[in-house]
Design a binder for this molecule. Structure first.
Ligand code: RTP
Ligand code: MG
Length: 148
């Protein structure tokens, strides 16, 4: 089953959006398989955003992501990688559609509330960068087969 890595960034935590954001993915029908509240080290931040190392915003991005606790999550479901990116919205919250997380809650490209893996390869890399195998729990809801 497909998995993606999502992280509620320090601004999302500080603004009290953790419950709202988790609710959206639960209500959509995806399954939470990993969750931790953590302070990100500089080393982890630099690895996670390594693809942006040469960009002018890299130092500020690492500074921001290490500035306070984040909620690191792994979500599972058919098509979850692309669907989560849609639910998150465009990188610049001012361009993100209303109804998306960034569109509904953000105004600043450097404070855009949540991260989501952008493709199957990055999802696999990011899940294993942030979580040990034993921190992930496979389970199935016994309530209903209408969503999964
Ligand atoms: P993320 O990786 O955090 O989910 O965001 P994303 O895929 O939508 O955007 P990406 O291109 O991967 O950029 C990573 C983060 O860098 C910051 N950024 N700032 N000032 C700028 O022009 C600029 N461009 C990107 C954003 O905070 C973005 O989330
Ligand atoms: Mg990205």
């Amino acid at each position: 089953m497909e998995r993606t890595f999502l992280a509620i960034k320090p601004d999302g935590v500080q603004r009290g959006l953790v419950g709202e954001i988790i609710s959206r993915f639960e209500a959509k029908g995806f399954t939470l398989v990993g969750l931790k509240f953590m302070q990100v080290s500089r080393e982890l931040a630099e690895q996670h955003y390594g693809v942006h190392r040469e960009k002018p915003f890299f130092a500020g991005l690492v500074e921001f992501i290490t500035s306070g606790p984040v909620v690191a999550m792994v979500w599972e479901g058919d098509g979850v990688i692309a669907a989560a990116r849609k639910m998150i919205g465009a990188t610049n919250p001012l361009n993100a559609e209303p109804g998306t997380i960034r569109g509904d809650f953000g105004v600043d490209i450097g404070r855009n509330i949540i991260h989501g893996s952008d493709a199957p390869e990055t999802a696999t890399q990011e899940v294993s960068l942030w979580f040990k195998d034993e921190e992930l729990v496979s389970w199935q809801s016994s309530l209903s087969s209408w969503i999964r």
